[in-house]
Design a protein around this ligand. Structure first.
Ligand SMILES: [Ca+2]
Ligand SMILES: [Ca+2]
Length: 420
């Protein structure tokens, strides 16, 4: 999500086009031929055919949320999915019955602004010990638009007193767009927060390269204490004059959905581009902080095309592992939505693959990472279309306690990714 209200409206129109092509027909023809061969070889046709039909698809989990932007679950809570509505409410969906909780898990719509397209409640992180502590963290735009990171405690793990929040961190938002919004705990137990560059276009204030600004950064906080947060001793810029010690990495534009791989601890970022490119960044587990993802000097792996904005690769620059051009082709798009490496057990074809999407085209793809490089690009856009309608405005992917994946569409539905 990242190009503003106008772009969102355009996305609505564009997404009416269903990207389903003739692939299912082609599969049927092939499988019929294989069935014949199998029969002639006295092989049980069912087994062979079912193997050939292995694939992925989606099922509608819940319909009718108001602008869902996030989904997820604490690892201790199986069979449930938390979903977030941008206006400032969180609900729990029972994965067996598909029913939504009668009461919200949290509802703070009176504290959140959702005046503009990219403003609202944008992210949630459950504390690693949520089962015991009930603690979790929310990223939202408060009235007026500035960002707040607030800690809540859910006493019964099902609801929250809306007035019980403790503000951990607050930073100014000079413009309504590019608020980032993602936050989660890393394998090191630290809270990571991805902030956007603050907004407008081409980062006019140069926030992302400015180490004295919270904007355009990946922040890293130790929130394990009773109150507030501490700076982890090994943060990259601790003690550096003029640099905020909260900063772990910099040079981000509008990171819209990041994830830690629950199996490896590797880190993935979908960073929304300006006018030409979208990008995916990858950081191996254990890599020390201080890396520069390049914005606004770099858009993906080139100099930002706008005059007096772009520049040479800075020191410590980390190039994206995957980039794609703006456009409406099958490998193109307008606004990346970062996803997850699939670590569930039910969808064999997705195992170990990083799945991500374009919010506006809309497309859903996956790649495989090895040694910091990605390969085996696969377009899942057709096979992931549900029986009825089409998935558009892909606002987020979500992971449940078992590592199964879900897709939220800003137009309301939540889909489950399943084996076909
Ligand atoms: Ca902003
Ligand atoms: Ca970059």
């Amino acid at each position: 999500m990242g190009k503003g209200a106008k772009a969102l409206a355009e996305g609505h129109e564009k997404s009416a086009a269903n990207p389903i092509d003739s692939l299912p027909l082609a599969n049927t023809a092939i499988s019929c031929a294989i069935m014949k061969i199998a029969q002639s070889l006295f092989i049980t046709p069912f087994l062979l055919a079912s193997h050939l039909h292995a694939g992925i698809g989606t099922e509608l989990l819940y319909k009718g949320l108001e602008r869902p932007v996030w989904a997820g679950a604490p690892v201790s809570e199986k069979g449930k999915l938390w979903v977030m509505e941008q206006a400032g409410s969180i609900w729990i969906i029972d994965l067996k019955t598909g029913k939504k909780s009668a009461k919200p898990f949290l509802k703070i719509e009176d504290k959140v602004t959702r005046e503009k397209n990219e403003q609202g409640m944008l992210g949630l992180a459950f504390a690693p010990d949520f089962e015991k502590s009930g603690r979790y963290y929310i990223n939202y735009n408060e009235k007026g638009g500035d960002t707040r990171i607030v800690r809540f405690v859910s006493e019964d793990r099902q609801t929250t007193d809306p007035d019980s929040g403790e503000t951990i961190l607050k930073y100014k938002q000079p413009f309504w767009n590019h608020n980032g919004g993602w936050l989660d705990f890393g394998p090191d137990g630290m809270l990571y927060i991805a902030t956007g560059d603050g907004g407008s276009g081409n980062d006019p204030k140069g926030n992302a390269q400015n180490l004295s600004s919270h904007l355009g950064k990946l922040l890293r906080l130790d929130v394990s204490g009773k109150k507030g947060y501490k700076i982890p001793k090994d943060n990259a810029f601790t003690g550096k004059k003029g640099a905020l010690p909260e900063i772990h990495a910099y040079g981000l534009r509008n990171p819209w959905r990041c994830s830690f791989d629950r199996a490896t601890g590797d880190f993935w970022i979908g960073d929304v581009g300006q006018n030409a490119w979208e990008e995916i960044n990858f950081v191996e587990k254990g890599e020390v902080g201080g890396m520069n993802f390049g914005w606004r000097l770099r858009e993906a792996d080139v100099e930002t095309p706008k005059k007096k904005v772009g520049g040479k690769r800075p020191k410590d620059n980390v190039e994206p592992v995957y980039v794609y051009k703006h456009g409406s082709g099958s490998r193109e798009g307008l606004s990346v939505t970062g996803g997850f490496v699939y670590r569930g057990s039910k969808v064999a074809d997705l195992k170990g693959r990083y799945i991500f999407a374009d919010y506006q085209n809309p497309r859903i793809w996956s790649v495989v990472e090895k040694g910091g490089k990605v390969s085996d690009f696969t377009d899942h856009s057709s096979e992931l279309q549900p029986k009825r309608g089409s998935i558009n405005l892909i606002s987020s992917f979500g992971e449940d306690a078992d590592g199964e994946l879900y897709i939220t569409s800003l137009s309301g539905p939540v889909y489950r990714i399943v084996a076909k």
